[in-house]
Design a protein around this ligand. Structure first.
Ligand code: GTP
Length: 216
């Protein structure tokens, strides 16, 4: 999707925000899984249907969220899923505190590639990066090829939280970003000996499941 189309989309760096804590989050996953759409849904509360136009390069959106009464600024980097941009996006991994890794529930190869993505993440990202696995396009139940349980099993294997999302209906989109913001805020606090926050438990208790179930 062409990032330049969105008003709030800003290029370049610029994380100088004095009044808020700022956390960098990066969206990764195969081309076409819905990274840009997820970000647009979160940022603008809308879904732009139509023909798919792949992201070229990388760019970011800033979004302020309130976590337990505290304003937190998420700087969300949207990457191009296409292989030819991979070396560009690697450079951004190391600055990210959180990473949303997407696959498309209607596309088996996007799910099969998750292990390769995780290998890359472990190679290039910070060791303590917060990772969340998202099975997107949960609204397209008629074309589902990846069961929700398969996503859950994979996420459990890697010890990361998981949920299915829909950039089209907005299902779990806000929750995904808020859970990340909450985890990062609590981690920062933890250094001051505050109680820890269990992101997986939080996600499990809050997430919505698709209402239809004609899976496989
Ligand atoms: N039905 C449905 N379609 C979606 C959803 N998310 C994205 N799409 C569609 O899937 C196509 C690809 O979406 P993008 O958001 O451009 O995918 P991307 O992951 O950013 O792709 P790259 O920029 O190439 O990495 C578009 O036609 C979107 O409209 C969703 O949750 N449900």
């Amino acid at each position: 999707m062409d990032l330049q189309r969105f008003d709030s989309y800003q290029g370049g760096a610029g994380p100088e925000f004095n009044d808020h804590v700022l956390y960098k989050t990066i969206l990764v996953g195969d081309s076409g899984v819905g990274k840009t759409s997820l970000l647009v849904q979160f940022d603008q509360g809308k879904f732009i249907p139509g023909s798919f136009s792949a992201t070229v390069g990388i760019g970011f959106t800033n979004k302020v969220v309130t976590v337990d009464g505290v304003r937190v600024k998420l700087q969300i980097w949207d990457t191009a899923g296409q292989e030819r941009f991979r070396s560009v996006t690697h450079a951004y991994y190391r600055d990210a505190q959180a990473l949303l890794l997407l696959y498309d529930i209607t596309n088996k190869s996007s799910f099969d590639n998750i292990r390769a993505w995780l290998t890359e993440i472990h190679e290039y990202a910070q060791r303590d990066v917060v990772i969340m696995l998202l099975g997107n396009k949960a609204d397209v139940s008629s074309e589902r090829v990846i069961r929700s349980e398969d996503g859950e099993t994979l996420a459990r294997e890697y010890g990361v939280p998981f949920m299915e999302t829909s950039a089209k209906t907005g299902m779990n989109v806000e929750l995904a970003f808020l859970a990340i913001a909450k985890e990062l805020k609590y981690r920062a606090r933890q250094q001051a000996d505050e109680p820890s926050f269990q992101i997986r438990d939080y996600v499990e208790s809050q997430k919505k499941r698709p209402s239809c179930c004609s899976f496989l």
